[in-house]
Design a protein around this ligand. Structure first.
Ligand code: NOJ
Ligand code: MG
Length: 548
């Protein structure tokens, strides 16, 4: 239906016939959290038409692709990650034509489009689950999910000790006379599918084809590490299991069996032209296990949550960068870098908030965009938005908040609709209101307020993304660290410094200024610099890009 954009290739190395790099190896991908990006119809909820109208902003910002969070038909028990119909657009967000128009318009602007796919679970309103409830134990409809009798004399105890990521047991008992329980690793409104059932795999293949035929450039695969459960659904034997996610293999996460699914999806993606990709949202205990998701015959990328969760500390950052490059490199995949998304506290706030948080966030952005591989930008981070930490309970919608002990209810504060322009809320987000209230200070952080101000975070991102396209050493390709220590060549402890072909990046993570030997011509800095002879004074928590 729609045309894919002309392959935007970049050159990794200078030479006579530079090899073409597949677009996704160094793409900057902008995450649109649809309900909070732009509202076209005044219901206070962002939608596909609103997003389409704002695409020129993203093309001008200089990103290569957008990732849209789920806009499918859904009761919205978990912000659309509870899908009732994978081939329909929820009326909240528009219709199928709007999805088609958005993809076409993005391609016209040279932007690729990745959509979210949610294969681990459906909504409890999905036709399959309604059928399963109606049908009763033992039937084919129940076999698409994980239904089990309970333990205890009357089956009054859950079938095993698994906990929901959002808190509480991972099992809910059906109201029916049969008294079976069903598994949901997330909210009770999100029953887990049984991927051992070939019907499930066949249905998802058909859903992927539906969106690929419509022209999308790929999928962000939700809970890509969770689709297969250990045989027999064994107990874990301890509480607070959410704390183990990403730290060890669990009987419900990062099971080896998931890789067969990703392999089959890769074959499907490769059967389409135009470089369609799959991106794993996978929480794996180590970079090595994460790399298994991006082996040559599996998905193309995986989010690097080890980078996201890394503390503000030079040694820790360097270790994560090295591990990430080594592990993805060992399977020939590009590294990816991400600082924020719709599930975590925005990084200005994570880094300490206030002026310090902003300073660090700006420096981290330049670090991220200078590293080899592909980077993800979460809407509003280019405006330096902080987490909204004082939302009244009455407006909160995150199921994790209501289930309490799970993800600590942190996820509404990063989902507040973004400010575009004007002195009053909703700051151009839409004609009227926004589903979560925006802080009054955000009028100073809007796109319009920051545009043209060379000191603004927005202009920093614009410059960085423009340079990333202009400087051949950035994106895919090699990097090497500068030696640390005393003496002429060494950089002080607490400073991260590395070279890429024709380029250098220096990041002072310390709270005090440091002096460095000038490594080249400064092309971008997160704070003003002072030069004396051959040295530069790098202010506290500042990052500088140099052309060498
Ligand atoms: C990860 C998504 O990013 C998150 O928002 C969602 O709640 C869970 N997966 C469950 O689908
Ligand atoms: Mg709307």
């Amino acid at each position: 239906m729609t045309q894919n954009p002309a392959p935007a290739t970049t050159t990794a190395t200078e030479g006579n016939t530079p090899p073409a790099t597949p677009w996704w190896r160094d793409a900057v991908i902008y995450q649109i959290y649809v309900r909070s990006f732009a509202d076209s119809d005044g219901d206070g909820i962002g939608d596909l038409r609103g997003a389409r109208r704002r695409l020129p902003y993203l093309a001008e910002l200089g990103v290569d692709a957008v990732w849209l969070t789920p806009f499918y038909a859904s009761p919205q028990a978990d912000g659309g990650y509870d899908v009732a119909d994978y081939r329909a657009v929820d009326p909240l967000f528009g219709g199928l034509q709007d999805a088609d128009d958005l993809v076409r318009e993005a391609h016209r602007l040279g932007l690729r489009v990745i959509v979210d796919i949610v294969p681990n679970h459906t909504s409890d309103r999905h036709a399959w689950f309604r059928e399963a409830l109606a049908e009763g134990p033992g039937g084919a409809a129940r076999a698409r999910y994980h239904f089990r009798p309970g333990r205890g004399a009357d089956g009054e105890l859950p079938p095993n000790d698994w906990e929901s990521v959002f808190g509480g047991p991972a099992w809910t008992r059906t109201g029916g006379a049969d008294g079976e329980w069903y598994l949901h690793l997330f909210a009770p409104e999100q029953p887990d599918l049984n991927w051992e059932n070939p019907e499930v795999a066949a249905e998802f293949e058909s859903i992927l084809r539906f969106w690929l035929d419509l022209g999308v450039d790929g999928f962000r695969v939700d809970v890509a590490h969770g689709m297969v459960k250990a045989p027999g659904l064994p107990d874990i034997g301890r509480k607070e299991q959410a704390k183990l996610i990403g730290a060890q293999v669990l009987p419900f996460f990062d099971q080896d069996g998931v890789h067969a699914i990703h392999r089959s999806w890769r074959r499907l993606l490769d059967s389409y032209d135009g470089g369609r990709i799959g991106v794993a949202e996978a929480w794996a205990p180590t970079p090595e296990r994460l790399a298994l998701y991006v082996r040559p015959d599996e998905l193309h990328q995986a989010f690097n949550f080890h980078f996201l969760t890394c503390p503000w500390d030079a040694a820790a950052m360097r270790a994560v960068i090295d591990e990430s490059l080594a592990s993805t490199g060992s399977v020939g995949a590009p590294a990816t870098w991400v600082l924020s998304n719709h599930d975590v506290v925005r990084h200005t706030t994570r880094y300490g908030g206030g002026e310090r948080g902003t300073r660090r966030a700006r420096a981290a952005a330049l670090l991220m965009l200078a590293l080899p591989g592909s980077a993800y930008v979460y809407q509003g981070e280019e405006l330096g938005l902080p987490e909204v930490v004082d939302l009244p309970d009455a407006v909160r919608q995150d199921p994790a908040f209501f289930r309490g002990d799970g993800q600590e209810g942190t996820r509404d504060g990063c989902r507040v609709p973004i400010p575009w322009e004007g002195a009053e809320a909703p700051y151009g987000f839409g004609p009227a209101g926004s589903w979560l209230p925006q802080p009054a200070e955000w009028r100073h952080l809007s796109v319009a307020a920051q545009s043209g101000d060379p000191r603004s975070t927005l202009e920093l991102y614009r410059s960085a993304l423009a340079l990333r396209r202009r400087l051949p050493g950035l994106g895919d390709g090699p990097m090497s660290w500068h030696a640390t220590g005393d003496g002429d060549a060494g950089v002080p402890e607490g400073v991260l410094a590395f070279s890429r072909p024709g380029f250098a990046c220096t990041l002072n993570t310390l709270g005090i200024e440091v002096e460095l030997t000038v490594p080249g011509r400064p092309v971008l800095a997160t704070a003003p610099l002072e030069f004396t002879g051959g040295t530069v004074r790098l202010p506290a928590e500042t990052c500088v890009w140099w052309e060498v």
